[in-house]
Design a protein around this ligand. Sequence first.
Ligand code: DCM
Ligand code: MG
Length: 232
Amino acid sequence: MPTLIKSFIFFDLETTGLPKDNPKVTEICLVAVHRASLENPTRDAATGNLQLPRILDKLCLFIDPGKSLTPKATEITGLSNGNLAQCEKQTFDSRTVALIKEFLQRQAQPVCLVAHNGNGYDFPLLKTELQLQGQDLSGPVYCLDTMQALKSLDQRHSTTPAESRGSYTLSALYKRFFLEDPKDSHFAEGDVLAMLLVFLYKADDLLEWADTKSSNWAEVLPMYGPRLQQTV
Ligand code: DCM
Ligand code: MG
């Protein structure tokens, strides 16, 4: 069980496709927020609406995936092999790993990675990309899947099964809490900022969840291994 998490690294990956496609990353966005900003969220003076914290560190990178995007992935993300190549984006290489590791190490420790459906998608795929470079994150890094945590919290507070309350996709939760669609869905930064607002809406519960129930990055299994990598 972790000690008090100091920094929360909200992150999202856009990719070439679904897990069955052995996807590669096309875009990664990490937004680091100190615990203090989550404990004391700011609100718009006029409307009372939750605001994004003023102090956010961001690392957003576009990446040449080295394999074809599925038509669906291109449709929803607006990214293609063509536009990534035209902008001369680099592959997910050892320098990408170094940037991510430096970014994490810049934050107050310990850190917790936060991703929506992270256990099912983002954590295992990031693990695969790191392993393809023969690397891994160092130091204690915790993980929190906001989809799983919010489902379990609803379950804890009610006898109604979480599933019967409707969808737990990021856009469905955002709409439930803020009564409008999130901006820039399927853009990594858009998804991260929507997730951060969803987190802020349930911050007390989720902070406690992170401190007591987050899992350990070291235990994340890769989505697939180097031998299963397929290129274009
Ligand atoms: N994805 C997909 N088809 C979908 C949904 C997602 O191929 N119907 C892949 C491509 C996205 C990635 O998953 O870049 C991450 O999804 P999201 O944008 O929801 O974070
Ligand atoms: Mg996304």
